[in-house]
Write a protein that binds this ligand. Structure first.
Ligand SMILES: Nc1ncnc2c1ncn2[C@@H]1O[C@H](COP(=O)(O)OP(=O)(O)OP(=O)(O)O)[C@@H](O)[C@H]1O
Ligand SMILES: [Mg+2]
Length: 351
């Protein structure tokens, strides 16, 4: 406890000493005495006198005139500048001889706030998921129609017909839209329990063979180091295809025509025995973006039609499979997406 000069009425001091939570006695703003918990909370060095310190240094906003009594939420600021959420309870104490004092008790509520934010975020994700699923459903049927009629016209044309090439493009693009719509449907759907054994290596090679001819991949060297005899996992093949396609396309877009992509699968004995790494030699992802890229609709590619849904869908699918996805720096110089999966889905959260 740090004491400074001003006399504090004995009755106030006695009661105040009982308080175990971070607490200080102060005049309107000027600190007079603070307990050890207060010093610790704000990282104030025990040897520093509080004489020159003001409550406004530690609690923001701090009212300049009338101190708001009762409970309020504010921002705490440690000596080292770090800010955190707090709850402040301020009570007045009047002594006819010594005048007016206040005592404030501070509660660190940063953990509660963090939890609240997470809850809000997951509610938002659920709502977005529902919306995305509904939109995808609406889009899926007309797309099916487009594909059907395009294929019917194609059947009537010889391969030499000048329109055949364009028709092929329509079919390919409509198929791509269907893949996206399917992904959105999965995003909105709650966890599926109809999982079957899936060979992740097959999913990777199948999906790559579908997209490798795309001009996005021309000029890129893509290596696969796939563990032979990789154990199968219980999963939804369609959803896992979506994961692979999203990560490969993101990697190719990052590398943009010149560079390397590497896909690795391996297994080891842990709670998440399957590991998938997708590396690229692109520009990488800055620390400030790492926290945002999994959010729905976050994209730095709006100019070329990025929806910002790829990674949030991927994240949802990995979670539904009870796994984890993290982004790291790649030894190739760009980004590495690391997915760890259990073999069965008993850990699945069903988000
Ligand atoms: N391999 C990567 N290297 C660098 N940045 C990446 C990589 N993968 C993703 N990102 C960043 O994460 C953002 C979000 O990716 P996400 O796949 O969700 O959306 P998108 O690729 O922008 O749009 P869409 O997938 O709909 O085409 C991207 O816009 C990009 O900024
Ligand atoms: Mg993407």
């Amino acid at each position: 406890m740090t004491l400074v000069t001003r006399m504090i009425p004995e009755t106030l001091l006695e009661n105040w000493k009982e308080i175990k939570e971070p607490s200080a006695i102060h005049e309107a703003d000027k600190c007079i005495v603070a307990n050890d918990a207060f010093l610790e909370l704000f990282r104030i060095n025990r040897h520093n006198a509080l004489a020159d310190m003001f409550m406004a240094q530690f609690i923001s906003p701090w009212p300049s005139y009338h101190l708001r009594l009762g409970v309020r939420q504010a921002l705490g600021r440690r000596i080292d500048g770090k800010e955190f959420d707090i709850e402040v309870i301020s009570l007045p104490f009047y002594s006819s001889t010594d005048g007016l004092f206040y005592q404030s008790i501070i509660r660190d509520i940063s953990r509660i706030k963090l939890w609240e934010d997470k809850m809000l975020q997951s509610e938002r994700l659920t709502a977005m998921g529902k919306l995305a699923g509904e939109i995808a459903h609406e889009i899926n049927n007309p797309l099916g129609g487009i594909l059907l009629y395009a294929n019917l016209v194609k059947e009537d044309l010889t391969t030499e017909h000048p329109a055949a090439v364009n028709l092929d493009k329509i079919v390919r693009l409509a198929t791509k839209c269907r893949i996206i719509a399917k992904g959105l449907l999965n995003f909105g759907r709650s966890s599926s329990r109809s999982y079957a054994p899936v060979d992740l290596n097959h999913v990777i090679t199948d999906m790559f063979s579908l997209i490798e001819d795309h001009k996005l991949f021309s000029g890129i060297k893509t290596d696969f180091i796939l563990e032979p005899e990789l154990p199968h996992l219980m999963g939804d093949r369609g959803q896992l295809e979506q994961v692979i396609v999203n990560l490969l396309i993101n990697a190719a877009e990052a590398v943009s025509g010149k560079g390397r992509i590497q896909v690795v699968t391996r297994s080891h004995g842990s709670r998440f025995p399957l590991e998938l790494l997708v590396d690229d030699s692109g520009p990488g992802i800055g620390e400030d973006l790492k926290v945002k890229i999994f959010e729905p609709f976050f994209s730095t590619k709006q100019h070329r039609g990025g929806t910002g849904l790829g990674l949030s869908i991927t994240h949802g699918i990995v979670q539904r499979h009870g796994g984890r996805i993290v982004v790291e720096e790649s030894p190739l110089g760009g980004a590495r997406f690391r997915i760890s999966l259990p073999l069965d889905t008993s850990y699945a959260t069903g988000t």
